[in-house]
Design a protein around this ligand. Structure first.
Ligand SMILES: Nc1ncnc2c1ncn2[C@@H]1O[C@H](COP(=O)(O)OS(=O)(=O)O)[C@@H](OP(=O)(O)O)[C@H]1O
Length: 355
């Protein structure tokens, strides 16, 4: 199995669910994580990543890192300074239309969205009134391309658009071993487990960071097309890697084997949900009984979490708890475990605001 792993955590793409898988895998094997400096929850996003953002790099207190997976603005040359040469690089993309719908609600308080009623009204004026130079507005325009380190302020009608899109795709292709697709999350987990030589049990998860139904908004056909035009660079990148994803499925696993493994994975997940979860599924934050397990809330989104079954033994409880521990709390815990000398008992350990 691979033990040097870099997961590039993109925004609103099911990346927190993958982060949880990596945290659990690494924690149970005593792996060392490349965590953000000073107990931050992210690697100083939206600045371009620099190796000294990782705790233990400047101080040289860590000899070797196994896993790096927190939010960053990607820069391969800097990641390569932290991670060993044989590191496996992977990431995940989501359909730019549903991604934008999620982003609009989750980042409702960024300047570009703050005063807009709906995604439709934002898109009606975006070509004229979007101001790229204001902090955090990058979430509103080709957010995926921005995360990967490209210029996100590009227009489909510009003469050099095709060249920019080809360059972005070629760069991602060169720098990553595997690109997963949110819409095919379970299939993605099967591809990942094969690439990492992991067992099926290693990629079992519960969906984290999902929005409550009341904060989801169906989009019209017109809005869908507008989003594809506005986020044309993300759309091109997504189309390309959606195709390569299915090529990989066929060449590396085969469609029939994939079906069988996805079926088994869902069975394992259902069984675990039955054992661990009080309601058997995600619930709104107001219904979460243990405040320690409440996920971070943002913008106009209601982000769901889980309650544990009350009648489970201690060992099972510890296991179940790891599956439903939100990103910020889990990152804090790993940091405390990894750097006990930097987290004296007198320092309070509480989740920081994330975005
Ligand atoms: N397993 C699985 N399959 C499909 N989709 C999933 C899965 N896990 C999480 N999600 C959806 O991903 C959205 C949250 O993404 P992130 O965790 O990347 O968000 S964040 O950037 O870390 O805040 C969020 O999307 P929205 O609900 O549309 O906002 C989650 O519902």
């Amino acid at each position: 199995p691979k033990s040097h792993i870099f997961f590039f955590k993109t925004h609103k793409t099911a990346s927190s669910t993958i982060l949880n898988i990596l945290y659990r895998y690494g924690e149970s094997r005593n792996f060392t994580f490349a965590l953000p400096l000073n107990k931050h929850s992210q690697l100083f996003y939206p600045y371009f990543f620099a190796s000294h953002f990782v705790e233990g790099v400047s101080s040289r207190s860590v000899k070797e890192f196994n896993i790096m997976c927190n939010h960053m603005r990607f820069r391969k040359s800097e990641v390569a300074k932290v991670m060993p040469a044989d590191t496996f690089y992977f990431s995940i993309l989501r359909h730019p239309v549903s991604m934008m719908e999620s982003i609009f609600i989750y980042y409702k308080s960024i300047p570009a969205f703050q005063k807009t009623r709906s995604l439709d009204s934002f898109l009606e004026n975006s070509w004229r009134s979007y101001n790229a130079s204001i902090t955090n507005n990058h979430f509103a325009h080709n957010a995926l391309a921005f995360d990967f380190g490209f210029d996100n302020n590009v227009n489909e009608d510009a003469e050099d658009f095709g060249e920019k899109a080809r360059m972005a795709i070629a760069t991602i292709q060169k720098e990553f071993h595997l690109i997963l697709i949110s819409e095919y999350f379970d299939e993605s987990m099967i591809l990942l487990r094969h690439a990492l030589c992991w067992s099926l049990e290693d990629v079992v998860s519960f969906k984290l960071n999902s929005r409550s139904k009341q904060t989801r908004h169906p989009l019209s056909a017109n809005t869908t097309e507008e989003i594809k035009r506005w986020n044309a660079l993300d759309w091109r990148i997504y189309l390309h890697f959606n195709t390569t994803f299915w090529h990989k499925v066929e060449s590396q696993i085969g469609k029939e084997q994939m079906k069988r493994e996805v079926f088994k994975l869902r069975e394992l997940q259902a069984k675990l949900a039955h054992t661990c979860l009080r309601e058997g599924e995600a619930v709104d934050p107001s219904l979460i009984r243990n405040v320690e397990l409440k996920p971070f809330q943002s913008g106009a989104a209601v982000i769901q979490g889980y309650n544990l079954n009350s009648h489970i033994d201690e060992l099972t409880k510890t296991k179940c708890e790891r599956f439903i521990t939100p990103e910020l709390q889990y990152t804090n815990r790993l940091y405390t475990r990894q750097f006990p000398e930097l987290t004296g008992n007198n320092k309070q350990i509480k989740p920081r605001a994330k975005k």
